[in-house]
Design a protein around this ligand. Structure first.
Ligand code: NDP
Ligand code: 2IT
Length: 449
């Protein structure tokens, strides 16, 4: 299912397909943005004259390199790594690194492309980029993870810098990996350049509330959508896919605001706990012991585990997809709506397929796309850069307050922009146009570069 593009945008899209064969996730992300931009080109013809959209769809720089490393038995492995420096109109390239076997150029490009608009929406001075590798961290020892990170950084360091490109975490990359990557960067460059990485540990340049920021921010955005509708999160039943960094802190915040989370998942299965997910137990299993989510039912007998189950079949009023791209399709969306779901906010990047989005929008439920709803993570990364620049460390309360203000602003911008362009209540249109306008204006101002 796809909507209509006018002739100009259709020809730009065809060119993107032609220039980037086989990169289906990138095509999907581009198409979704282009579908919102028709009225923008009518109002601002200079963006078409200046070929802003064509320039935005072509990364400024793409790096692909080999990462050889040795496992604990001395066997040699070769992985492939990427850094796509997509757009630096608003600041240094900024975006996470993903370690997952599914990673290839098309995934990094879709993520980097989304990141341009997301970062613009935060109002912070950050451009868009993304990186990663097809390295699978599952089942690897700490030593293997360290050697992989060191080998990766031995090449990657050349392209980074606090004024150039500032990576962070994403799937499979948390504080442990960032420690190894930052350590090797520091060693090679002989510079303690805190601002070159975000998501660092608190003792070595990290920011309070960065770990919590993406999940918390998604719930702050959701809360704003409920306020607009004269409703609240209090007493609502919720399901959250995934059980990683974003999922855990979305569960923490929404629970503290009075909702009950009855299910979460990993790529093997789904747990359902009618009493509400036990957050302390979940953190112990996932953050401390790094075990599979199935371990939850061994500790809590009242919960159930569905191996290979589909989390979207669990009845709920709120769905928070916090795992990965295209994890919620048209059929899932229909099941959710039919079972009484009234709101969806994306903690993950592009988790809902175009068909799924269409189902939500036709049903008129509150739907927040990831580039708006999960922007709290990168926004707090920008707050971390700000603290690094001033050699400061803010309190948790102050940092969380800043994060909440940013999410309220992003919500307002998306809401008002959708109104202005005749798409009231459509946060996809609001986010795409809101982000695009900031980047496009900066690009025009800087000339043909
Ligand atoms: P984590 O690695 O901490 O957790 C990822 C979770 O998603 C795990 O439960 C994982 O299960 C599940 N998952 C990953 N890939 C798949 C897959 N192919 N199929 C099914 N389940 C999968 O990552 P994060 O929580 O950091 O990231 C989750 C999402 O949020 C991603 O889309 C990421 O891009 C996005 N995001 C992250 C931000 C951040 O600050 N970390 C900021 C903004 C967005 P399993 O363990 O079985 O693989
Ligand atoms: O998708 C994302 O916004 C992230 N993974 C966080 C990026 C960042 O630089 O904090």
């Amino acid at each position: 299912m796809s909507s209509y593009l006018n002739e100009k945008l259709e020809s730009i899209y065809q060119e993107v397909l032609h220039r980037n064969p086989g990169e289906t996730e990138f095509h999907q992300a581009v198409r979704e943005v282009l579908e919102s931009l028709g009225p923008v080109l009518v109002k601002y013809p200079e963006f078409a004259d200046q070929k802003i959209i064509q320039r935005l769809c072509e990364p400024e720089r793409q790096v692909i390199f080999r990462v050889p490393w040795q496992d604990d038995r001395g066997q040699i492995h070769i992985n492939r790594a990427f850094r796509v420096e997509f757009n630096s109109a608003l600041g240094p390239y900024k975006g996470g690194m993903r370690f997952h076997p599914s990673v290839y150029l098309g995934i990094i490009k879709f993520l980097g492309f989304e990141q341009i608009f997301k970062n613009a929406l935060t109002g912070m001075p950050i451009g868009g980029g993304k990186g990663g590798s097809d390295f699978d961290p599952k089942g690897k020892s700490d030593g293997e993870i360290m050697r992989f990170c060191q080998s990766m950084m031995t090449e990657l360091y050349r392209y980074l810098g606090e004024y150039t490109d500032v990576p962070a975490g994403d799937i499979g990359v948390g504080q442990r990996e960032i420690g190894y990557l930052f350590g090797q960067y520091k060693r090679i460059t002989n510079r303690y350049e805190s601002g070159v990485f975000t998501g660092k540990g608190l003792d070595w340049g990290g920011s309070r509330a960065r770990k919590e920021a993406t999940g918390y921010g998604t719930v702050f955005f959701l809360d704003e959508m409920f306020k607009v509708r004269g409703d609240s999160l209090e007493g609502k039943t919720c399901v959250v896919s995934g059980s990683g960094n974003v999922a855990i802190y979305a569960i923490e915040k929404i629970t503290s605001l009075g909702a009950k989370v009855v299910a979460c998942s990993d790529s093997n299965g789904v747990i359902v706990d009618k009493d509400g997910i036990d957050l302390a137990l979940l953190k112990q299993i996932k953050e401390v012991e790094r075990r599979r989510i199935s371990a939850y039912v061994q500790e809590k007998k009242s919960a159930t585990y569905m191996e290979g189950g589909n989390i979207w079949t669990v009845p709920c009023q709120i769905a928070l997809p916090c795992a990965t791209q295209n994890e919620l399709n048209g059929k899932d969306a229909k099941i959710l709506v039919d079972q009484g779901c009234i709101a969806v906010a994306e903690g993950a990047n592009m988790p809902t397929t175009p068909e799924g989005i269409h189902v939500f929008q036709r049903a008129g439920i509150a739907y927040a796309p990831g580039k708006a709803a999960n922007a709290g993570g990168v926004a707090t990364s920008a707050l971390e850069m700000q603290q690094n620049a001033s050699r400061d460390l803010w309190s948790f309360e102050y940092t969380e307050k800043r994060l909440q203000e940013i999410m309220v602003d992003i919500h307002r911008n998306c809401y008002e922009t959708a109104e202005e362009f005749g798409a009231s209540g459509n946060y996809v249109v609001g986010a795409n146009i809101g982000g695009f306008l900031k980047v496009a204006s900066a690009m025009v101002a800087m000339g043909v570069i």
